[in-house]
Each structure stands twice: as C-alpha cells, then as structure tokens.
Ligand binder design. Structure first.
Ligand SMILES: [Zn+2]
Length: 256
C-alpha cells in the first residue's frame, strides 16, 4: 500500500527544492494522511475501468475531486481528458504533472474484492476491461498529490497543472486521441519549466508478481541516465512495462 504514497511523495518532493521554505516534513505528513483515500480511489477506478476515449465516468470522478480540492478544472480535452490548474501563493514557474486514465481490453483473473467484471464491445468482440497497466494507480496518485498541494497552496511557488490524459494505450480504430490531441487542444500552451509523469514503481505484492505482472523494481524513478541489463523470460507481457525497462536500458531518463 505504501507504494501509492511513495509515488505521491516522490512527485511532491520534486517541489521541495523550489518551496520558499523546506516543506518536506509537511508533505510527508500530508501524503501519509491522504493515503487511505488514494487507496480507496484506486480501488474504485480499478473496479470501474474504461477503454481509451471512453473514460467518461473516470473523467467525472477526477473533475469532481479536483473541484472539491478547490482546483480550477477544464474538462473535455481530447474527448475525456481533464486538466486541473492550481495557482500557488508565491511567484514561480509552471510545473506539469501527468497521469493516464484508460484501461485495457483484458479480462481480470485476479480474485480481489475490487476486481473488474466490466465487459464491453471492442473491435466487434465482447471483451473484459481491466486496469492492467496501472493507470488506476496513476490517477489515484495524482489526485492524492493534487489534494496535498492544494492544502499547502499558499506556499506553492508558481502554478501546478495536473494533466489527466485519456487513450494512452491508443485510440480505438478510426479515432484519434491521447497526448497528441491534448497538445493540439492547447494543454501545453503555458510555458512549463518541468514536466513529470506518474508511474507505478514496484510490484505491490509477491502474489501480484506471481500473477505475471512485471514492473519496474527500482526504488525510485529519477531523471538521471542509468544503464541496466534486463533478461525477460515470459509468455505474455504488457508493452508499456517492457518499454519502461527498455527505455532505462537505453539510458533514457524516461518513465512512460
Ligand atoms: Zn499503459
């Protein structure tokens, strides 16, 4: 469970160097306090997954939470994308934080109380829908971060833009969507000095690993180049997790 708050802390800690005063303890405390809600949001989103460009209810949930935190909200960007804008109480740059929202056309086979039983039509077939790529966690972590930063907005330098991107896994056949459409619709028009993406970092449990999920097991995601040798022996793997590993192998400071 701590993984969720870890990511929120990592993101929030990015702001620590630019706070006028050291806020790291306050951020730690606030992140620990929001953890139960982050877990609750993540489980709800996990149980109600939606495919790319169809994230209607996920979008409504995000917008309503951001408004609850007193954050300015823009909806309907690239169809179902949401952007939250938090203006801090101190002068400073614009910082973007981004999470993806869509699920995959896969049937969930893990027997947890919040498992997805959702099915839908996809390419002419009835398929299960599942958050198999961690976007449920990404959304929940970014909401948690938005709550934490909104509670200390007086100390936040500049503006934080929370970007919730639809269709990261690709738009349905015959449609456009995702990051490219968000950019076309102006989401990056503000000059931004830094941009971060939310990413799940570690397997959440031994059972999850044994269920076949492969995730990045480094303790932190950093912006520094690194070299790693990875040997993958598996029958089936989701592409983005492999991309993350390979991107590090190529010494690219990337995290999806
Ligand atoms: Zn993904």
């Amino acid at each position: 469970m701590k993984n969720f708050v870890c990511a929120a802390l990592i993101i929030a800690s990015c702001f620590t160097p630019i706070f006028a005063i050291d806020m790291s303890k306050e951020i730690d405390t606030a992140a620990a306090k929001v953890l139960p809600q982050v877990i609750e949001w993540r489980r709800y989103i996990h149980q109600h997954p939606e495919l790319g460009n169809r994230e209607v209810e996920t979008s409504k949930l995000i917008a309503s939470k951001l408004r609850e935190f007193g954050i300015e909200v823009r909806t309907g960007i690239a169809k179902t994308g949401v952007v939250g804008i938090l203006k801090g109480g101190r002068p400073g740059a614009v910082v973007g934080l981004r999470a993806d929202m869509d699920a995959l056309p896969l049937t969930e086979r893990v027997n947890v109380p919040f498992r997805s039983t959702v099915t839908t039509e996809y390419n002419g077939q009835t398929v299960g829908v599942m958050h198999a790529c961690g976007h449920d966690s990404h959304v929940a972590m970014l909401l948690g971060t938005a709550k934490v930063l909104s509670e200390m907005r007086a100390e936040v330098p500049g503006t934080v833009v929370f970007i919730f991107q639809p269709a990261e896994e690709g738009a349905p056949v015959g449609e456009t969507g995702g990051a490219a459409d968000m950019v076309k619709e102006g989401v990056m028009d503000n000059r931004r000095s830094m941009q971060f993406s939310v990413c799940t970092l570690r397997p959440r449990s031994r059972s999850e690993r044994s269920a076949g999920n492969l995730r990045d097991s480094w303790r932190r995601v950093t912006g520094s180049p690194s070299r790693s040798r990875v040997r993958v022996r598996t029958g089936l793997i989701h592409g983005t997790a492999l991309t993350l590993l390979l991107s590090r192998h190529r010494s690219t400071p990337a995290c999806k």
